[in-house]
Design a protein around this ligand. Sequence first.
Ligand code: TYM
Length: 330
Amino acid sequence: MRILSGIQPTNVPTLGNYIGAIKNFVKMQNENQDADILVFVADLHSITVPRDRKDIKKNIRSLAALYLASGLDPNRTHIFIQSEVHEHAELGWVLECNSYIGEMERMIQFKEKSAKEGASVTTGLLTYPCLMAADILLYDTNLVPVGEDQKQHVEITRDIAIRFNNKYGETFVVPEPMIQKSGARIMSLQDPLKKMSKSDPNPKGYITLLDDINEAKNKIKRAVTDSIGIVKYDTVNQPAVSNLMTIYSSFTNMSFDEIENKYSGLGYKEFKEDLSEIVANELTKIQTKYNEIINSNELDKILDEGRDYASRIAYKKMAKVYKRIGLGRY
Ligand code: TYM
């Protein structure tokens, strides 16, 4: 079985990315000893909107180091940078020619992001799901661990794979999304109806894995709640508290019932104080490891190994794709 996923190196990953994706990669790595696991830095994806060159460079390395600092083990998981395996872009093009503008325009993320960008929406923002499909299909991926917001993109990947197989003969494995029951959609700390996002203009709405620890604690303490005053998991009437409970539960493995019992009769203050300590401990652990890794040669060796491993698989798959279509001299 092969498991694959990636994250865009835009800004530093948030608690949303960590709980919805990275923690899940680590769990799958530790629970599936026989699985072949690839996790990559989706740098080609990060240029669908304009970015500063220096930021891109810094964030690529930083994300790779954060994968390791969060518990991905290079002896188990191949970690690589997407743009270093050129077949991603090549297959992306082939899949663009086997998908339709109408289905790309229906993607929720395209609709939301293009509404924000106004007139300057790039073509890449529209065709992005084809590149993501290429990332997945190049490797005969069976399972794709992602947060809720990427489910639609994995579904369109399935549609494209099935269509291609029907047209050209069996070429791609049809993948399944792997979405956790809890924590697949962490919300903003300032607006519980909005997803926590690393591109939110209000930094109080999100915590990144490299935030200053005291700042992170303050963001939890100042997170919006409600006037009900009871720690209760009720996403309809108490979405903000429920979101904080999801973070709490994810870091402590306590169930919502256990958390409710622990804080019954107590207000939000104690709950938020405790949660701020819990988050601070988790971030401190990650940041300590991160600081050991970020400037090491070891990181480059791991990324070289990951690139070489991924390239060997991607090369073969791409030759098969070209052969099926009739391109080149295969
Ligand atoms: P990206 O970089 O936006 O997000 C990375 C991962 O984090 C999850 N996520 C969240 N989970 C819970 N709560 C949130 N608030 C939250 N925000 C983000 C995302 O669902 C995702 O799993 N296109 C992808 C990257 C990608 C990819 C791939 C993933 C490119 N190619 C192939 C899997 C397979 C993206 O932009 O994710």
